[in-house]
Design a protein around this ligand. Structure first.
Ligand code: G3P
Ligand code: CA
Length: 263
């Protein structure tokens, strides 16, 4: 009956640990990613920036200021310099209720370190950030994916930049891609837009704020995956699942796990 169907729907929802379990630990640290796995996140979400010496690191912002004790642009610093920084203490200061002395002095991880720690069969959901600032980042990303023999069946690459995704698609058509979208008001998508995205991507990742049931149904019925970001409220998670999304990004993978269990 309907109830059984609703349960089925909940079961397969892809749980993406956004920047790791970043509601509980400093985003984009190995600790945060590990916590995401423990909390039943299916995927580790990783944002990529590139250092002055061409190393891919896990960081959301182009600048070091918010999530480390450094200042200025990532692209102006070598990896050795960025490795000196403290990527954890800011979290303790900003979120005293979740502070942990073990977070002090955590380092910014390279993508290589993440691959080494979590292995080839972990599920990675990797975003090329500011690809226009970092020419060659797609090629370097693919080099590391191949070097560490990352399982491509479960790998997802995401970007707001269609250009970056198309480069990925040309370099390696076997990699599954997700087109991120940022809506500023009521989300609408045309048949032409869906068709254009389907040329290279297997899903879309819109901000959840302005979604509605009609949008969700249209996208999912077209055969695209739909993974809204960043959903941190359990009632909103339930609503989006009822509308038909196929997964979502959350800073609280434990909450989404509970929702999937019907709690
Ligand atoms: O990648 C999904 C979501 O994280 C996109 O927004 O700014 O948090 O990377 P942002
Ligand atoms: Ca992201």
């Amino acid at each position: 009956g309907g109830e059984a169907l609703a349960k089925e729907k909940h079961k397969d929802i892809v749980n993406v640990s956004h920047r790791g379990a970043s509601g509980y630990a400093p985003e984009h640290t190995l600790v945060s990613y590990q916590m995401g796995e423990k909390m039943h996140g299916d995927y580790i979400e990783i944002d990529l920036q590139m250092t002055k010496d061409g190393q891919l690191i896990a960081m959301h912002d182009e600048k070091l200021d918010r999530t480390t004790n450094g200042t200025g642009l990532v692209k102006d610093y070598t990896l050795a310099e960025i490795k000196q920084l403290d990527a954890g203490s800011w979290f303790n200061e900003k979120y005293p209720e979740s502070a942990n002395p073990n977070y002090e002095g955590l380092q910014v991880p390279t993508l290589e370190e993440v691959f080494k720690k979590f292995g080839k069969n972990a599920r990675y959901y990797i975003e090329t950030k500011s690809p226009e600032t970092y020419p060659g980042m797609e090629k370097e990303l693919l080099r590391l994916i191949d070097k560490y023999d990352i399982n491509k069946k479960t790998l997802l690459i995401q970007s707001f930049s269609p250009q970056s995704l198309k480069i990925m698609n040309e370099l390696d058509p076997s990699v599954n891609l997700i087109q991120l979208i940022s809506y500023k008001n009521d989300a609408v998508i045309t048949d032409d837009e869906i068709a254009a995205i389907k040329e290279y991507a297997m899903g879309v990742g819109p901000n959840h704020t302005y979604l509605n049931e009609e949008y969700v149904q249209k996208v999912v019925n077209s055969g695209l995956e739909l993974h809204p970001y960043t959903v941190n409220d359990k009632d909103r998670m339930k609503q989006l699942i009822d509308w038909g999304v196929t997964g979502m990004f959350t800073n609280f993978p434990d909450k989404l796990h509970e929702v999937k269990k019907g709690k």
